[in-house]
Design a protein. Structure first.
Length: 182
């Protein structure tokens, strides 16, 4: 009998823990206006890294550690990828980043989806929207967004890991201004 009570208690504790984790992830998102981080991005086996700043809603600035001085910038409506020799502009709404950078959308998804705990370290939510399958990952302990997995605009698998996260910093108001074409 004690064995069954222990199993019941562990199942109950596990359920409460998942509910508490979800609540903490939601609260953390609500309290986050912006955050900076280092990233490592794997696109079909090609690794790139650098640092980014995200400001909700829908703004991002990333500087890659590449010789071609690649940057990625969204002002909330357009997304620009610029290097020394190229310049691409896309409507943000046509990219998975449109959803990842939308805090209200993420909050709705986290509230309504069942989470998956991975290796007792990460919390994952998976959703499909506008033909985009997106996996977002949160740290189970500090509840920070720590990465995502999507198909990029060229249908390449893109996995992005975040580290060294700093939240709610004072940002330069011009940071998310789209760069001019070369």
């Amino acid at each position: 009998m004690k064995k069954y009570l222990l199993i019941f208690f562990l199942i109950l504790l596990s359920t409460q823990t998942k509910a508490e984790i979800k609540k903490n992830i939601i609260q953390n998102l609500l309290n986050t206006n912006n955050f900076s981080f280092n990233f490592e991005q794997n696109i079909n086996g090609k690794i790139e890294n650098g640092n980014c700043v995200i400001q909700y809603p829908k703004k991002i600035y990333c500087k890659y550690n590449l010789k071609n001085k690649k940057i990625l910038v969204s002002n909330g409506s357009s997304l620009v990828i610029k290097t020394n020799t190229s310049y691409y502009i896309y409507p943000l709404e046509k990219t998975p980043l449109n959803l990842i950078l939308d805090k209200s959308y993420l909050l709705k998804k986290v509230k309504n989806l069942k989470e998956r705990v991975i290796k007792d370290k990460f919390v994952n939510y998976n959703f499909i929207e506008n033909d985009n399958e997106i996996n977002i990952f949160f740290n189970k302990i500090n509840h920070n967004l720590i990465g995502w997995q999507t198909l990029d605009i060229y249908q390449n698998l893109s996995i992005t890991f975040l580290s060294s996260i700093n939240k709610n910093q004072v940002l330069d108001k011009n940071l998310f201004t789209l760069p001019k074409q070369n």
